[in-house]
Write a protein that binds this ligand. Sequence first.
Ligand SMILES: Nc1ncnc2c1ncn2[C@@H]1O[C@H](COP(=O)(O)OP(=O)(O)OP(=O)(O)O)[C@@H](O)[C@H]1O
Ligand SMILES: [Mg+2]
Length: 292
Amino acid sequence: MFGKKEKANGNDVKESGSSKPQPANEQEELRNNLAGVRKKIVVLSGKGGVGKSTVAVNLAVAIAKTGARVGLLDVDVHGPSVPTMLGLQGEPLSADSSGKIIPLVYGDSLKVLSVGFMLQNKEDAVIWRGPLKYGIIKQFLKDVVWGELDYLIIDSPPGTGDEPLSVCQLIENPEGAVIVTTPQDVALIDVMKSISFCRQLNMPVIGVIENMSGFTCPHCGTTIGIFKGGGALKMTVDMRVPFLGSIPIESRIAIRSDEGRPFVTDGEERSAANGAFDDIVGKIMKYDGGKI
Ligand SMILES: Nc1ncnc2c1ncn2[C@@H]1O[C@H](COP(=O)(O)OP(=O)(O)OP(=O)(O)O)[C@@H](O)[C@H]1O
Ligand SMILES: [Mg+2]
């Protein structure tokens, strides 16, 4: 992918394919490159802005905190949020002697890769059609030094478009999808599309998370159901997929995201969202292909 001497970030990145022999079988190369990755989990949603990246980032950090080896791949080509949420914007990428990209490291060990690391300015827009997106996602899986991992968490853009489709088609034996929604009917209708998308692609559904599920006033303790609640749980029963839990709205979550500090890393400032999230992480880590 990136030649030995090429810098792997910045808009001047280009293919070094002319100097490298083309692989006889790219799918074989991809399979070999991911051979050390035990569990691949894709985070999906039907609607935008429901908290996929927040869930993906905090899930990856929370699992890494248990001592597991974790990678986080952001395949949101048009709106990569992972660099900001982990405070890694502007960090340079490098390549190993074979030209494979070395992911950045967050904390002690979390390996992170995002298309956002390849943009010179975070305001830069990427204007790519489907085949180009498929190509870069394939490279993210095939030409990156993922090494030995217990989990690879993949954050996707909303919907059932090119990026989630490419990921689901390219990775073999995925552990499954974690689907994020919010409680409104408009979000729930679209999450059902995500579930049928997974079914069509033989992607197991690990479960559904209802995010932004009520707001508990930090002053008086009253819970306000900003959006009507409970719809996701009912929908999962109707669709026969596991319900993983609900995460409340907390301003701290959004503030921490903007500061590049995942809310699961807060030691003393634990809240209802932390309790709910710990429970969800436990269920995902226990998932073994059966019912949760
Ligand atoms: N439970 C929550 N409480 C408060 N703010 C939240 C919560 N979950 C997410 N947010 C905030 O909502 C915004 C959208 O979240 P996020 O970027 O994770 O959504 P997304 O589904 O990944 O969006 P996109 O579809 O654009 O990729 C962010 O500012 C995030 O910090
Ligand atoms: Mg996102």
